[in-house]
Ligand binder design. Structure first.
Ligand code: GLC
Length: 515
């Protein structure tokens, strides 16, 4: 049995801005079920601390950056939640108003650097057994927010002359977010980078780059994305750093938590218990049409778009084809926040096409379930896609995804070509180029299929029968854990101590009330 410490910025159902929260919570559960001794450390955002029902352990910690920061590490029980979690509690940093990644207005963008450096440092201490008598064999870090953990552990090993250290795995859920900050932060955080020549630029570094270089192993959330990020096109400036470790980068496909996404048991649906019953599906669709003020019509293809309105999700291309789509017998139900100009365009479309186009700005979990259960086609195109959970969720309910062949989509969705429909492998409609013509063409192809009830039923059935189990992912991760976890010998590192510059975050500390 291994001791595994997960560290993440998001954790469903308490903190979620996207797929990261879902993936971490589900994988954590799957790893626990598979018998390992797993713990998780999370930032003490308000949505988390207000759900604490019992504090089991409470440790005051002093974080030794160039200014010492005070915080508490608490092991807690959360409301209606069976797993215990560790929380890094520091209201000044994690209870700021606005979204969880929002910087304090007028400041220079340092808050997130400090927040996630604190989280990473706390994880390194917990993992090394400096907080309690529990220590980790493996620290499993998720995304840039936690990517400094490997380097903090190496620094700890060197400072204390440890002969054993926890091994580290960094999972990249989205390479586009890297956590850039000014180079002097390394010294401010008390960190020595043992490979200083490789940093992306002279004046800055990114958490993710350091994570990729210092973690014992790196993974990402699908096999195809694992290959794609080695290329300049999709490597987001890190392709060379990644390519240098190509043999140690693995793609493990995410799963779906079928306790949450299942048409027979879904607590958010007015009608449940449908295996594949077109009648029940139709009722849900009509209820949804009524609820959202759309024209009630059984035969109108209902298209959903429940992604963040971003360039990654091709929101701009969707906007360009709205007029062409609205000339056909279709309805669109869209939901999600995003970039201002896209939000504006979606608002305008809702005004221009009442009863045919609806837009809910605020993302809501229950509504997402009802949309997947009622809509016929799930639009989920992406310019790049590490895994892509949205189309997988839609498939659970027989909503057929229209997606672009990139990243995890290539590992999950099989195009409805005639031969694939015949041989029973088709579960969606896939297009190639991130262009208006290809997107519109594939949506129209999906609509033509929708108009042929027999073919459509087959496609829906295949989508519903597609299975993406977290247990499979957990057992692949376990192979990595056992590979790297056999108390690797600690490397000798030699670097000069860096000069600690003036503290640029003093005004920030004032602003959050820690000075
Ligand atoms: C990120 C990726 C998405 C992936 C999710 C969970 O949100 O963009 O593709 O499914 O993380 O790993």
């Amino acid at each position: 049995m291994l001791n595994i410490l997960f560290v993440s910025s998001e954790y469903y159902p308490f903190i979620k801005t996207g797929g990261l929260g879902d993936a971490v919570a589900s994988l954590y559960r799957a790893v626990q079920i598979s018998g390992d001794n797993a713990a998780i450390l999370l930032p003490g955002y308000k949505a988390l601390t207000e759900n604490i029902v019992e504090v089991i352990e409470d440790h005051a910690i002093s974080i030794p950056f160039s200014v010492v920061l005070q915080a508490r590490l608490k092991k807690v029980r959360l409301r209606n939640h069976s797993s215990l979690v560790w929380v890094l509690d520091c209201h000044q940093f994690f209870h700021q108003p606005g979204g969880i990644y929002e910087e304090i207005e007028g400041r220079e963008g340092h808050l997130n650097t400090l927040r996630f450096a604190m989280l990473s440092w706390a994880a390194s201490q917990l993992a090394c057994g400096n907080i309690t008598n529990w220590s980790a064999d493996i620290v499993h870090c998720h995304d840039w927010h936690t990517a400094l953990v490997p380097l903090f552990i190496k620094n700890e090993v060197q400072a204390k002359g440890l002969s054993r250290a926890p091994a580290t795995l960094l999972t990249i859920h989205n390479l586009a977010f890297q956590g850039h900050c000014r180079r002097e932060y390394l010294a401010i955080l008390g960190l020595k980078d043992f490979t200083p020549d490789h940093v992306q630029s002279e004046n800055s570094f990114s958490f993710l780059e350091l994570g990729i270089k210092h973690a014992d192993r790196v993974s990402t959330v699908s096999p195809t994305y694992a290959k794609e990020i080695l290329s300049e096109e999709l490597g987001c400036g890190l392709h060379e750093v990644l390519a240098a470790r190509a043999d140690e980068i693995q793609g493990i496909l995410n799963g779906v938590d079928y306790n949450i996404w299942h048409p027979q048991t879904d607590k958010y649906l007015a009608i449940t218990n449908y295996e594949f019953d077109a009648g029940a599906r139709l009722k849900i669709k009509m209820l949804l049409q009524r609820e959202l003020g759309l024209k009630q019509s059984a035969n109108t293809a209902m298209l959903s778009f429940t992604n963040r309105l971003t360039h990654q999700k091709m929101a701009d291309v969707i906007i360009d084809i709205i007029p062409a789509l609205m000339r056909q017998n279709v309805q669109i139900v869209s939901m999600g926040e995003g970039q201002d100009e896209y939000v504006d365009a979606f608002r305008k479309a809702a005004k221009a096409y009442p009863g045919q186009f609806t837009y809910l700005e605020k993302f809501g979990e229950p509504m997402e379930h009802r949309i997947h259960a009622g809509a016929d086609i799930c639009l989920s195109p992406s310019r790049f896609e590490p895994c892509g959970l949205n189309p997988l969720y839609a498939m659970c309910y027989g909503s057929v995804p229209v997606v672009r062949a990139t990243g995890g989509i290539c590992d999950t969705v099989c195009d409805a070509s005639l031969s694939n429909i015949e041989n029973g492998t088709a579960n969606g409609v896939v297009f190639k180029d991130a262009s208006e013509a290809d997107l519109l063409g594939s949506i129209e192809r999906a609509i033509r299929l929708y108009e042929k009830p027999d073919q459509w039923a087959k496609l829906q059935k295949n989508a519903m029968n597609s299975s993406f189990l977290w247990q499979r992912a957990a057992s692949e991760y376990r192979n990595i854990y056992t590979d790297i976890g056999c108390q690797k010998p600690v490397e000798e590192c030699e670097t000069p101590r860096e000069h600690v510059p003036d503290i640029p975050f003093a005004p920030l500390l004032n602003a959050v009330g820690q000075s």
